[in-house]
Design a protein around this ligand. Structure first.
Ligand SMILES: CC(=O)N[C@H]1[C@@H](OP(=O)(O)O)O[C@H](CO)[C@@H](O)[C@@H]1O
Ligand SMILES: [Mg+2]
Length: 545
């Protein structure tokens, strides 16, 4: 077929460096930008096949999220705006690693295995972040789509969640919204304005929020959105990309891991601030107190705020819907304790990686899922949305319940249910704080985090560590879990676990305990155990103090 000749011809313009092996991991492909041209072309091919197979529009986002500017990456988006199904991740890896002269064979294998009707139309939405390499890499994706005869729509600079949103809108024939960036702003800002009406007389100070845009796409997009929010919100955007480097000493990942303010932000004690990551699918909040101490409100605090709000609304509405919070092993022990014991909501723990949380959240009427690092959203089942809709349309209910139904409807509309979304999460959090008349300090005081520490250990092959129980226990290498158990016993309220990272060539160590010093010491001791038992390379881990 003519398309295969074209693929062959075009792929020579996007050659694979011989021997290079990459894997479609937790967040797609991610590595130095200069190794990715062939990957992008081939993901254009794969997205076209996936589109033919699903008879729907597929998304391809060029970004490396919170990684340094020099890196890049690519993630595929499935028809309902969710991440690429795991069975196709293997195809992505196969296509990425097949040598130049075998490309057509691999492609034809996939077509055969999936029984893809090549005469079908294909449609692919493409987006990119602000990295300097993203322009040529997204062109390579477009070249791949074109080579296989697919149609594409290049959305240019968008946040990752905006592209997920637009894919979902397109495939639901506009039921989820209009598949444009403007449509996204309109839907979210209308819902925000409606919710903000329920907040009593807020001062300009209360409406003010400082945003660290990580010098990335989120800064551009939040500025674009500002005019839609009119008088309801007052934003100061820092790290907007006009000077600093992407993710360098700023952004959600930096703030979460370092537990300190990003550079480039000017704030007063008590000011409410938030940081996005490099593709604006994560958000964390924070403030400093009058002593200058830094206070972080991470994904766990966000999940608690949102689930408290929703639970109260459900109670007031008299709706019997099952609400659950989904976390990972990185969730602070205090948050889990508070959610289970005080709020009495179901808490589920999954493996790291948003797709795991997303799937677990789909099993409830309302599933609130957040990774501690601030990536998360809320999912409403079709049944839950219908019940809320019915209540809102019920002519026989009193004004109070009607108002609550209306609040729930607008809460659904403000949320990007396809994926974690910094902008959408920010608007929801701002609306909740406004409606509840809550300051950031009051939100922070719902429960106190246990002091914690995250470290990385370099080993020669991180796959020697195998885990179980949602990554909370190590099965191999022999003796490691026993060593961790013995160390944990020495401290109060302590917990620690280790797992191989899915995005970096390191083993991650997490520890929490009653004091920062204990958490730091425990993390260091566990790092030494990993280094000793799992083939550590380079210098032995040094104590933090
Ligand atoms: C501890 C941590 O924050 N891990 C992150 C990180 O995964 P690792 O497998 O730990 O490298 O990147 C993932 C993708 O962005 C994100 O989902 C996850 O939460
Ligand atoms: Mg991200």
């Amino acid at each position: 077929m003519a398309h295969f000749e074209e693929v062959s011809k075009q792929s020579d313009l996007h050659p694979k460096p011989a021997g290079l092996v990459l894997q479609y991991g937790t967040a797609g492909f991610r590595t130095s930008a200069n190794k990715l041209d062939h990957i992008m072309f081939r993901m254009g091919l794969l997205a076209t096949l996936r589109s033919k197979k699903t008879k729907a529009t597929i998304g391809v986002m060029v970004t490396a999220s919170h990684n340094p500017e020099e890196d890049n990456g690519v993630k595929l988006i499935d028809p309902m705006g969710e991440m690429l199904t795991s069975s196709w991740e293997d195809y992505a890896t196969q296509l990425a690693n097949t040598e130049q002269d075998e490309l057509l064979t691999t492609l034809k294998d996939i077509i055969k295995k999936e029984a893809i009707d090549m005469s079908r139309e294909a449609n692919v939405f493409v987006g990119k972040d602000t990295r300097s390499s993203s322009a040529s890499l997204s062109q390579a994706v477009l070249d791949g789509v074109k080579a296989l005869g697919g149609h594409s729509n290049d959305y240019g600079l968008v946040t990752t969640p905006q592209l997920h949103y637009m894919v979902c809108c397109q495939n639901t024939q506009g039921k989820y919204g209009e598949a444009t960036v403007e449509g996204y702003y309109r839907k979210l800002s209308q819902a925000f304005s409606q919710l903000a009406k329920n907040a009593s007389n807020r001062t300009d100070d209360q409406k003010h929020l400082s945003v660290d845009g990580a010098n990335g796409i989120g800064a551009i997009k939040v500025r674009e959105m500002e005019s839609h929010l009119k008088k309801h919100m007052q934003l100061s955007v820092f790290n907007d990309g006009s000077r600093g480097k992407l993710n360098h000493q700023c952004g959600a990942d930096f703030v979460k891991v370092q537990q300190e303010l990003p550079t480039g932000i000017k704030i007063n004690p008590g000011d409410r601030c938030c940081s996005f990551d490099g593709d604006a699918d994560r958000i964390v909040y924070y403030y400093t107190d009058s002593q200058g101490d830094f206070h972080l409100l991470d994904g766990d605090k966000i999940a608690t705020l949102i689930s408290t709000f929703l639970k109260e609304l459900l109670n007031e509405a008299g709706l019997d819907l099952k609400i659950a919070v989904v976390q990972t092993a990185y969730a602070n022990g205090s948050s889990t304790h508070y959610l289970e014991k005080t709020m009495k909501v179901i808490v589920k723990c999954t493996k790291t990686g948003v797709k795991h949380l997303h799937h677990a959240a789909q099993e409830f009427d309302i599933g609130v899922y957040f990774e501690a690092n601030g990536h998360g959203t809320v999912l409403f089942s079709d049944g839950a949305e219908e019940k809320i809709q019915q209540l809102a349309n019920d002519a026989n209910i009193n004004d109070e319940r009607k108002k609550v139904a209306f609040l729930l409807q607008n809460t659904i509309n403000i949320i990007n249910q396809t994926v974690g979304d910094a902008i959408s999460d920010m608007l929801l959090i701002e609306a909740i704080l406004a409606i509840k008349g809550m300051t950031v300090q009051q939100w922070d005081a719902i429960y106190s985090d246990l002091p914690n520490r995250q470290l990385k250990v370099k080993v020669s092959d991180r796959r020697v560590i195998d885990t179980t129980d949602a990554e909370r226990r190590a099965v191999t290498p022999a003796g490691l879990q026993e060593a961790i158990d013995d160390l944990v016993k020495k401290y109060q309220k302590a917990r620690s676990f280790v797992r191989p990272s899915g995005t970096e060539d390191v083993v991650r160590v997490y520890a929490e305990a009653d004091t920062q010093e204990s958490a730091d010491t425990l993390a260091h001791e566990v790092s030494l155990a990993v280094y000793g038992l799992a083939g550590g390379v380079g210098d032995e881990p040094k104590p933090l103090h």
